[in-house]
Structure formats: structure tokens, C-alpha cells
Design a protein around this ligand. Structure first.
Ligand SMILES: [Fe+2]
Ligand SMILES: [Fe+2]
Length: 373
């Protein structure tokens, strides 16, 4: 039986609802041999495809009832629309298997069937089409498209060439990117891009490289921290920070030296700098393959955003509409039917815990970002 509908996305003028796919039951047997806890298998077949219902042209801050679900559209921020961005993250070109956590045993592990397009090419192709489709619906081009790292699986030239031929050739000068931990390898020639700003209509986009070569976790070096400090003298009114890794919460009672994101001390330095520079609107990361928004006590309404990956479930990207009086973050799931079939089949990853983890709550996906006074 088809599952209950979920509100996937809210905007000031749109709502997206998804009926999840009905999937074949998955049987997995543990593999025999050390270091391979489970067999790599094909994902479950889709019995009933997911349905995405997208409602456009709605009024801001208004209650609607769609498919029996009560939803309220986001408020529209005051003032002029200054800029529009599209963000993608965790593209993983070159990856052959989904669900691996390195040496940590996980189940299941999915791969594509022989003859099928590799999942990174499928999903990234769908993301690009989805971004272009949104430009048509919005009747406005995105000023920039930003990839927040893990462009590749292993940092190889061949994998980076896939990223370049998909995104750089399509979007040209509008395409910005930073490396993630999968790209920052000692034998990789993918360029480190940091301390670079791109400005459009008084909105400054500041790119950081948060990687430690050959490590999964991240940090921000002194040069980049000094540069963030120097942004205080920027003539621009709004500053958005982008990095692959997410910061450790300075509100946490206990430091975690093995933190998966930016290590605790430099996270604290980052948050101190954001506290001081009230033009900084938010910090926008990838890496965790989940939708999550956190706020820290020092920085009031500044969101620390993580967004889900392109390559598997839920297969989504994020739109930003930056107004003078606030910014809207709108989550967008890749709507191409083949992409949706792949992303839905990947609901079973990580022992079935992935849907709640990766999708997050609606307030982790679509939100109104206030600015500090
Ligand atoms: Fe990743
Ligand atoms: Fe990562």
C-alpha cells in the first residue's frame, strides 16, 4: 500500500508533497570474508513509483490543505529580491556503491544494474535539469550555482572531469565549487578554492576550504579565519559563508575530539567571528548527507545549515531567494522519474535509518532566514 503523503518542501509561493514509493522487500545476507560485512546488492525494485505533487503560484503566509495535509506557505521577506542561488552538495562522481561508511559495518550496500547509467551521472544530470526547470518556473536565472564539496568519490582527474563536463560546461562562470573530504586527497589535483568571494547586487558569497588532506573530518586554518575576520570591512550588506564541513556546536557541554565535522576549537573560532560580524547571514555546509539546521546561542538567528546529498536519498538541492528583508531556503527534490526511483530505492540504506536522518524535519529543509539587526 502506498505510504502517507509527506510535505517535502515549502516556499512563499509553492508546496511540494510526495507519496513515497512502494518497494519490493529487500533480503540481504551477510557476506563471507573480513572487512565486507554485507554483500553489495541491487536496490529493491519499485512496485509503485513515488509521486511528487508540486503546487505553484500560491500566496505567501497562507494556509492550504493539499492531499489532506494542512500547510502554511512561508512569509515573503520584505524589500527587493537581491539574488537567487541554487546549491548542490555531495555529488560523488565516480562512486560505484551507495551506503558505505568506510570501516563501519553498514547494510545494505547498493549498486546499479549492469547497463544502467552510474548513479552519480543519473542524479547529477537530474539535478541540473531540475535547476534549469526551476529557472523557467521562477522566470529568473540563478545568479550562482554552488557545489558544496564531495564533487568526486576519490579525487581523481577522471571523476573531476565528469563534474566539469556536467556542471562547469553547463553553468560556466555562474558555477562555484569547493572541495569536500572526498576531493581533498594527497594524490588529487582538484584545485583548493578558499578565501574567494563572489558578489552579486550587494550579496557576498564567501567560499572556505574546510578539509584536512586525506581525513574525513575538517578544520578552518588561521589564514581563512583571518580572512573571515577581514570580511567585516566588506562594503556588502549580506555575507553568506560556504564550507563542506559543519561546525561543532559551541553550546555542547563536551568537546568531541573525533568530531565528524569541523574540529571543536576552530568551530568555536568560526562562531566567534560570525558573532562579531552581523552582516554574516548563515553558514552553509554539506558533508553529512542530511537536512539539518542548528542555531547557536552566541549567534541568535544565524542558521548553520546542512543539506542532503544529490547522489542518493532524498536526491535534492536547495534554492535560496535573498531579499533585503530576509532569505528563503527552499528544498527541492529531483523530480525526474528515474532519479526519483533511484532515490526512493535508497530509503533502505543504513539499516532503514536513512529516511528520518537524511530528510530531516520540514523546518530543516524550508525556512525563512531572518537577519540580525
Ligand atoms: Fe559526501
Ligand atoms: Fe564529505
Amino acid at each position: 500500500m502506498i505510504g502517507p503523503p509527506e510535505i517535502i518542501s515549502l516556499g512563499d509561493d509553492q508546496v511540494t508533497i510526495c507519496y513515497p514509493a512502494v518497494l519490493e522487500r529487500l533480503e540481504i545476507e551477510p557476506a563471507i570474508g573480513e572487512g565486507v560485512p554485507y554483500k553489495v546488492v541491487y536496490p529493491p525494485q519499485v512496485i509503485e513509483p513515488a509521486r511528487l505533487l508540486h503546487f505553484e503560484g500560491l500566496s505567501p503566509d497562507t494556509e492550504y490543505n493539499f492531499e489532506g495535509l494542512k500547510v502554511r506557505t512561508l512569509k515573503r521577506p520584505a524589500g527587493e529580491l537581491l539574488a537567487c542561488l541554487a546549491c548542490v552538495t555531495d555529488l560523488h562522481f565516480g562512486e560505484a556503491v551507495c551506503g558505505s561508511l568506510g570501516s563501519v559495518p553498514t547494510s545494505p550496500l547498493f549498486t546499479r544494474r549492469p547497463g544502467d547509467l552510474a548513479h552519480p551521472q543519473l542524479m547529477n544530470g537530474g539535478a541540473i535539469s531540475s535547476i534549469i526547470h526551476a529557472e523557467i518556473l521562477n522566470d529568473r536565472s540563478f545568479d550562482y550555482i554552488i557545489a558544496k564539496g564531495d564533487l568526486t568519490s576519490s579525487g581523481s582527474d577522471q571523476e573531476f572531469a565528469l563534474f566539469a563536463s556536467n556542471y562547469l560546461e553547463k553553468f560556466g562562470q555562474r558555477m562555484l565549487y569547493i572541495r569536500g573530504n572526498h576531493d581533498a586527497k594527497s594524490d588529487s589535483s582538484i584545485p583548493k578554492i578558499s578565501k574567494v568571494s563572489h558578489v552579486t547586487n550587494g550579496v557576498e558569497l564567501a567560499l572556505l576550504d574546510t578539509n584536512i588532506t586525506d581525513m574525513t573530518s575538517g578544520y578552518i586554518d588561521d589564514g581563512q579565519l583571518e580572512w573571515i575576520s577581514s570580511l567585516e570591512s566588506s562594503q556588502n550588506k549580506l555575507i553568506f559563508l560556504f564550507g563542506h564541513h559543519h561546525p561543532f556546536s559551541p553550546d555542547s557541554a563536551k568537546k568531541d575530539p573525533n568530531y565528524f565535522g569541523i574540529e571543536p576549537d576552530t568551530s568555536k573560532s568560526l562562531v566567534n567571528l560570525i558573532e562579531q560580524n552581523r552582516k554574516i547571514v548563515g553558514y552553509f555546509a554539506g558533508h553529512t548527507h542530511r537536512n539539518r539546521i542548528r542555531y547557536f546561542s552566541q549567534t541568535d538567528c544565524v542558521p548553520y545549515v546542512e543539506t542532503a546529498c544529490i547522489k542518493d536519498f532524498p536526491g535534492s538541492w536547495t534554492e535560496y531567494r535573498i531579499f533585503e528583508g530576509g532569505t528563503l531556503q527552499i528544498h527541492r527534490r529531483i523530480e525526474d522519474p528515474d532519479c526519483l526511483a533511484w532515490s526512493e530505492a535508497n530509503r533502505s540504506l543504513y539499516g532503514g535509518l536513512y529516511p528520518d536522518y537524511a530528510m530531516g524535519k520540514i523546518t530543516d529543509r524550508s525556512l525563512f532566514i531572518n537577519y540580525r539587526k
